[in-house]
Write a new protein. Sequence first.
Length: 260
Amino acid sequence: MIVDCHTHINCAAGEAGTSEHLTAAETVDTCIVLAAAAGSSQEVNKKLSEYVSKYKEKMVGFALIDPTMDNTGVKNLTSVTGKLGLKGAVLYCSSCGFHPAHSRAMQFYESAQQLGLPVFFHNGPHLEPLAVLDYAQPYLLDEIGRTFPALKIVIGTMGMPFVEQTLSIVAKHENIYADLTIKPGSAWQVYNMVVAAYEHGVMDKLLFGSGFPFSSAGECIETLLGFNKLLGDTNLPTVPRGNIRNIIERDTLELLGIKK
């Protein structure tokens, strides 16, 4: 089972915005499609639902939620999962300008935990100038992890640029994971992230992601499987290939409690 836990589509572009996504998705068994922070949650989630519902065997949608603006009570979230068929939520704390532990956000996590709704924190690395970088720091999720220990959380793109914080948080909390979305062309960056995760002993807390459209699952898989060749002419530490393959083949849906 290969699950790409981090993909996006451009719903506004219609078929042109989804055809490439469909092609990229052929590489994996399932992909999670994250709603973009591009308009009202209601409209964005409706368009995402229309897309993923056509490919239920292949795709799982995560709804856009802004706790400071949206009604995040259990009843409303039930309509997101039931009526729209979306299986998780994605939050853009930096872009939307709210602290992850904002009082309204904490109310949302309570509802999400009650419903078994996993939460994906998408706070980088592609941030616009007005995004609040402070709110992207993974250590801010520690309060959430302590308050809602059963809530399944994914830190997107290894929490870049705060990778060390991410490794500490996933090591500390049983139900917090990190999305290993890489840039295949950035060999040194990929090397440092993977070796750091291995040395922290948290390889089992990493989930495979491509970050599509910024890269594809095929490119990322090829880069990761050839990881030890990235710096083959050096004497730098390596990581057992089996550990890397386990990340790629990890059943993310089962870990997050998602039933298709």
